[in-house]
Design a binder for this molecule. Structure first.
Ligand SMILES: Nc1ncnc2c1ncn2[C@@H]1O[C@H](COP(=O)(O)OP(=O)(O)O)[C@@H](O)[C@H]1O
Ligand SMILES: N[C@@H](CCC(=O)OP(=O)(O)O)C(=O)O
Length: 371
């Protein structure tokens, strides 16, 4: 399969000098490597860390701050410097770049989620390079993506990328952290990432500047592959190295298969970002219809409801105690209470002008699809 659109995440560890400050030389190398992909006609979305590294010195810290407020203030100083450096390098290379700063709540809001998609699509259409970072200065613990690894996975799903490239300071995934276990074996390819593997991974960073270590990269790769996006984790500073990554010969580890199917944008939002407002419990026939036949959920198959919800809210679909799916509902709980167990004809007599389905199949995602 031809690789036409990639999301590239560059971690702090790949962009910094030994003293933790931003390395303009490294930033220039990555900008050149990205430009060479653009020259080949490949669309690139960049997820770049580095705001804290770029800002802490000007803020008056001698080393990278460790407090949340210190990092947030450093990011506020550094993000402008980071994006200016990228803009300048890309301009010299003949490209325009753009900045998007995102927080977790942007993804939770269906309209904002969609707006992010529209903006990136328009930028890519115009051959502009979107450069995305978390909006660190306003993010709170509840709102953060955890780190930019997860942000890059969610963006790769949103834009239906052919490949998510997570660039870091190590040449791939090892069974154990090679900094502490030098004899550890490298994993070249993983068809998928199991929870067991994630649990045994270290969250330790190799440097003082990185966040999350290999664990957060594997969590991100697991999310990306569940959204139908293949992943690469490893090294690629130079142009040629990045080209090799695209060809499948990069210095690192590959995850997922080319046959993976992208998940539709609306289903991604329902599955991974929406807030659940209630539960519907369904009977055997409805279970069979949604699970095995890929059908919509009709009111006739609903046996009970829980919670208060409105039309277009997201609810969980249960069969007894088993969570089967999530979906965006066409009725409020009050309306659904009146028509549950009824066929479409009977239901339409009670509630005029509404849809036959309680949840349309295009707005329903099964747990087996990674909810
Ligand atoms: N099993 C592992 N395989 C490879 N690297 C690991 C592993 N466990 C922990 N690490 C550490 O993860 C580091 C990369 O993560 P991190 O420092 O957060 O980078 P980044 O800034 O690119 O996000 C490596 O330098 C390495 O020390
Ligand atoms: N958003 C922060 C970096 C957060 C982060 O995830 O860092 P890293 O693990 O190095 O990719 C910054 O720009 O400094």
């Amino acid at each position: 399969m031809e690789t036409k659109r990639v999301v590239i995440k560059i971690g702090s560890s790949s962009l910094t000098n030994k003293d933790g400050t931003l390395s303009l030389k490294k930033l220039q190398q990555y900008s050149e490597a990205v430009s060479s992909l653009m020259d080949q006609g490949i669309e690139v979305v960049l997820i770049s860390s580095g705001a804290v590294s770029a800002g802490f010195r000007d803020l008056g810290y001698s080393s990278r701050p460790v407090t949340v407020s210190g990092k947030q203030a450093a990011a506020a100083v550094g993000q402008g410097l980071l994006i200016k450096a990228y803009n300048d390098f890309f301009k010299k290379l003949g490209y325009v770049s753009a900045q998007l700063l995102l927080t977790r709540d942007v993804f939770r809001n269906e309209i904002q989620f969609s707006n992010v998609y529209q903006t990136i699509r328009e930028l890519l259409k115009r051959r502009v390079i979107p450069i995305i970072n978390e909006n660190d200065s306003v993010a709170t613990d509840e709102l953060t993506f955890g780190d930019n690894d997860m942000l890059s996975a969610l963006v790769s799903g949103l834009v239906n990328a052919d490949l998510l490239i997570i660039l870091t300071d190590i040449d791939g995934i090892y069974r154990e952290n090679p900094r502490t276990h030098p004899m550890s074996a490298k994993i070249d390819y993983l068809p998928h990432i199991s929870d067991a593997l994630i649990n045994q991974m270290s969250a330790e960073s190799g440097s003082k500047v990185g966040t999350g270590g290999m664990k957060s990269k594997l969590l991100a790769a697991q999310k990306a592959t569940s959204l139908g996006v293949r992943c690469f984790i490893g090294l690629a500073e130079q142009q040629e190295a990045l080209r090799l990554v695209i060809k499948g010969n990069g210095t690192g580890s590959y995850i997922g298969s080319e046959e993976a199917v992208h998940v539709r944008k609306q289903k991604q939002w329902i599955a991974f970002h929406s807030q659940v407002s209630g539960r519907v419990f369904i009977d055997d026939g409805a279970k069979q219809a949604i699970e095995l036949e890929g059908k919509s959920l009709l009111p006739i198959g609903i046996v009970a409801l829980e919670g208060e919800f409105n039309k277009d809210d997201v609810v969980e679909i249960y069969y007894h105690h088993q969570l089967l799916a999530k979906g965006q509902i066409n009725y409020s709980n009050g309306q659904l209470q009146q028509i549950r167990g009824l066929n479409s004809h009977e239901a339409s007599k009670l509630i005029k002008g509404t849809k036959a389905e309680a949840i349309h199949r295009n707005k329903l995602i099964l747990t087996t699809q990674g909810v």
